[in-house]
Write a protein that binds this ligand. Structure first.
Ligand code: FAD
Length: 299
């Protein structure tokens, strides 16, 4: 890999965790303008309207209230919004489906399971589904324990496997045994000492994990914008697994997949706490940084 690229990726990932800087930039109008392509709006109303727009184009949506690493009242507000979001989707005649982050639900203060279970109770009432995203490597043991316990209690929850982590092979077995629906992604976080290697190694790991998942009976989602991976998996996955893409990324591919008969879900974030999310999108693709700078300064 180009060393400059890997350096800028590492710097962007480190900046994504700089909360004070994020708080400052998120409050500015120019900051919000710059991420409009990747974030559906500030409010639940805007997020539900975006999901309705996507339904008209043949896409399903999972709505995500942006936010990470919260405790106390902030984590309570994040959980309350997830509940409101599920009910708002149901009221609009949409399939209630949200993605949440356990760090935003107070993982660091030991309250994430309690808050997740409140959201899951509301999801059950509206026949919805909640997916707990995979985050930093240090959070994964707790994520799996909490999600597997909730699933064991019959609650409508799933989680995410990151192909860039060596541990994911073993995690797959444990989570499948617990009957947990899984989204497979390449991984947006620094895998620290547990990385599988360069991008080609991550692609190979993704394909191998996907084949194993597709041989199980659990609901599988393939979260990727990689045409080659989706084409390779299509014979076994189309009509069985869901393809999931991020809002504002590869809309051309999303439309093509629907036309080809895939079930496609768009991961649609909304809200004011967009800093870490936007920085990870820039780390994935340096061209996004150029795009953001252009939208900031015009041209
Ligand atoms: C629905 C969904 C949910 C996700 N949930 C999680 C999660 O819970 N935890 C986690 O760690 N990661 C998550 N991710 C992010 C994921 O791990 C990758 O970082 C991201 O999807 C980029 O990898 P890729 O599979 O698209 O392949 P890549 O090889 O990175 O990209 C494939 C193609 O898509 C284009 N592309 C990729 N990303 C972008 C972008 N940001 N902007 C513009 N073009 C792009 C590339 O240029 C390339 O042409 C999620 C991704 C998706 C799609």
């Amino acid at each position: 890999m180009n060393p400059l690229f890997s350096l800028s990726r590492a710097v962007l990932l480190r900046m994504s965790r700089a909360a004070a800087l994020g708080d400052l930039v998120q409050r500015t109008a120019w900051g919000r303008r710059s991420v409009r392509r990747f974030v559906a709006g500030d409010t639940i109303t805007a997020a539900v309207a975006a999901a309705e727009g996507m339904r008209a184009l043949g896409f399903l949506a999972t709505l995500d209230r942006l936010g990470e690493a919260s405790v106390g009242a902030r984590a309570d507000a994040y959980a309350a919004d997830a509940v409101t979001l599920l009910r708002a989707q149901a009221a609009a005649g949409l399939e209630p489906n949200v993605s949440v982050k356990l760090t935003a639900l107070g993982l660091s203060e030991g309250r994430a399971a309690v808050r997740l279970n409140e959201i899951l109770a509301a999801a059950r009432e509206v026949r919805g589904f909640v997916r707990a995203d995979a985050e930093h490597p240090e959070s994964l043991d707790a994520l799996h324990e909490i999600v597997a316990a909730a699933r064991g209690a019959g609650l409508p929850v799933g989680t995410v496997l990151q192909a860039n982590m060596r541990r994911s092979g073993g995690d797959l077995d444990r989570l499948v045994a617990a009957g947990v629906p899984l989204r497979l992604v390449k991984g947006a976080y620094d895998p620290k000492g547990d990385g599988v290697g360069d991008p080609a190694a991550v692609d190979a790991a993704y394909l191998a994990l996907a084949e194993r998942l597709l041989a199980t009976k659990i609901p599988v989602a393939l979260g990727t914008h990689d045409d080659a991976i989706l084409a390779a998996l299509a014979p076994r996955a189309k009509g069985v697994a869901e393809a999931q893409l991020l809002y504002g990324v590869r809309s051309d591919l999303a439309a093509r997949l629907v036309a080809d008969g895939w079930r496609v879900r768009i991961y649609t974030p909304y809200g004011r706490d967009w800093w870490p999310y936007a920085l990870r999108r820039m780390a994935e693709r340096p061209a996004n940084l150029r795009f953001v700078l252009r939208s900031l300064f015009g041209g």
